[in-house]
Write a protein that binds this ligand. Structure first.
Ligand SMILES: Cc1cc2nc3c(=O)[nH]c(=O)nc-3n(C[C@H](O)[C@H](O)[C@H](O)COP(=O)(O)OP(=O)(O)OC[C@H]3O[C@@H](n4cnc5c(N)ncnc54)[C@H](O)[C@@H]3O)c2cc1C
Length: 486
């Protein structure tokens, strides 16, 4: 069987299928594996993870090694982060998000004048909501009748009203907390799947439980180690990776997939799993086939502008994950999702892996991954928006850190939404496929299989259960079970 794309979901799918005994070939358009999870170096000795930086649910990676009968730590190691994030609010308040819920709540009580109990109650409710629903909504196909008939699903659906999960995420947080800074902190979790807290359903309020209940983690060697370790396992189980070979067509006869075609050759395969974004999979690889238009027209998630900077100084105030909030969050999301532009004040995320892996930057230097959430590409003037955002970011960071940042930039690269689209084929450069800006979004994502063409399957961030590393790994699990069951 074939997998189109060596993103994290494609690699995980290939590894799972190979472990189950299938012969698997992965076709990858780029020169190497990883997709959004690739790494690169900048002159002067700086290494960067290009895309994801925040990592939860590492057991989903371990599961694949265990499935293969291997010891996970022989391939992949990680540490639990504590603290998780340093927050810098627009009014100058600084807050440390400790991993432990009680310690985090005590910090909130001291810095944000909110009773600690309000935070611990909120987090434990998030935990109960997660436990009640994740098994149904994330671990299974939502598009097979069996999922709906299970007692677990009925329990999950019945639990929703009592869990206070009606309305939007922002409404839920504004009800729970009086301090707008704390509301902003929890609203931020909407961006974990590229959504808008003022539209996204309150069910997403369970995301903080992943960090404060289960944990946030850092893989030894950086996020790229996730892709590299699974790639190694896949190769050990005989998966063949064909790089620089973009698939141009999925071939079909009489309602079934028969294989695929690249510029080099035509190949026969009984099953094809597309890890390519579902929109271009239909538009470019299956142009003659009817496409599920309603699914493909779901609004896209946000994208990002990322500045990768080699910085010729160390900043003790920074940690691995740092957030510098804007003064007006609502205006910022209005700019992204309604006005399709970048606001005049933005929230800036700075990830510094050299804090954990010193070899990622020369001694006395740091490698800054500086990211701003922006709309996906709809033909905006990205040169102008990038210049504007760079100015805003430099002013904000210089002020908050008490040092002029621009003269410290020793190496630089920028990734824009059109760049992300060109490098990974993600539609509009959206980071997480379709957004979760309405209550039905989970049901409107494309299933992990085609309802029209036998032998065609889908994995990755643009299909069920959604974007982000854990969900991509779950899509691989769902797809491989569907194939194995058949
Ligand atoms: C800047 C950024 C920050 C992010 N931050 C986080 C984070 O902190 N935490 C988190 O969990 N997630 C984060 N994400 C999201 C996460 O990276 C993605 O959800 C995930 O990596 C997507 O993996 P994927 O397997 O769906 O596909 P992709 O990584 O998109 O890979 C698809 C692959 O398919 C290949 N391909 C496409 N078309 C073809 C074709 N026709 N033939 C052959 N190959 C093809 C592409 O070249 C690519 O390698 C971030 C993403 C970005 C870009």
């Amino acid at each position: 069987m074939a997998v189109i794309g060596a993103g994290i979901a494609g690699i995980a799918t290939a590894a799972r299928l190979a472990v189950a005994g299938h012969a698997v070939t992965v076709f990858e358009a780029a020169a190497t594996f990883g997709g959004k999870m690739h790494q690169f170096a900048l002159p002067g000795g700086y290494r960067f993870d290009a895309g994801p930086s925040l990592f939860t649910l590492p057991q989903l990676v371990d599961d694949i090694f265990r499935l293969a009968g291997r010891e996970p730590a022989d391939y992949f190691r990680y540490e639990r982060l504590d603290p998780i994030t340093q927050y810098f609010f627009a009014d100058g308040t600084r807050l440390t998000a400790w991993a432990d819920a009680a310690k985090f709540a005590a910090e909130v009580e001291e810095k944000l004048d909110t009773p600690a109990a309000a935070v611990t109650q909120f987090l434990s409710r998030s935990g109960r909501a997660y436990d009640a629903t994740a098994g149904t909504f994330l671990h299974k196909s939502l598009h097979k009748a069996g999922t709906y008939l299970s007692p677990e699903t009925l329990k999950a659906v019945a639990a929703l009203p009592q869990l206070g999960l009606l309305g939007t995420m922002h409404q839920r947080h504004a009800r729970a907390f009086a301090d707008p800074r704390l509301v902003q902190l929890f609203d931020r979790y909407a961006t974990y799947n590229g959504s808008d807290p003022y539209q996204a359903p309150a069910t997403l309020s369970m995301i903080p439980h992943l960090e404060h209940g289960i944990g946030a983690f850092y893989p030894e060697g950086g996020i790229y180690a996730i892709a590299a370790s699974l790639h190694r396992l896949a190769e050990e189980f005989g998966v063949k990776f064909r790089y620089n070979e973009p698939v141009e067509e999925i071939t079909v006869a009489e309602g079934r997939v028969t294989g695929l075609r690249t510029a080099l050759d035509a190949y026969a395969f009984g099953q094809v799993v597309s890890n390519m974004d579902v929109v271009p999979t239909y538009r470019r690889l299956l142009p003659q086939q009817p496409a599920p238009e309603r699914t493909l027209s779901q609004p896209r998630s946000s994208s990002a502008l990322i500045f990768y900077w080699g910085i010729a100084r160390e900043f003790p105030a920074l940690d691995l994950h740092n957030i510098f909030f804007s003064g007006d969050y609502q205006r910022e999301f209005q700019a992204i999702f309604q006005d399709k532009t970048v606001a005049d004040d933005v929230t800036v995320y700075v990830n510094v892996t050299s804090k954990k892996t010193p070899a990622d930057a020369p001694a006395g230097h740091e490698n800054w991954f500086v990211m701003v959430n922006v709309p996906h590409d709809q033909g905006q003037d990205w040169a102008a928006l990038t210049a504007h955002t760079r100015r805003v970011v430099l002013a904000k960071l210089s002020q908050a850190l008490g040092a002029e940042i621009e003269p410290l930039i020793a190496a630089e690269k920028v990734w824009t939404p059109p760049g992300i689209a060109a490098d990974t084929s993600s539609f509009g450069g959206a980071l997480y496929g379709s957004s979760s800006n309405n209550a039905l979004a989970a049901f409107l994502r494309h299933p992990n299989f085609s309802g029209r063409l036998d032998g065609l399957y889908f994995c990755g961030g643009s299909v069920h259960p959604g974007g982000g590393i854990p969900l991509c790994l779950l899509s691989a699990k769902i797809v491989s079970s569907l194939i194995n069951e058949e």
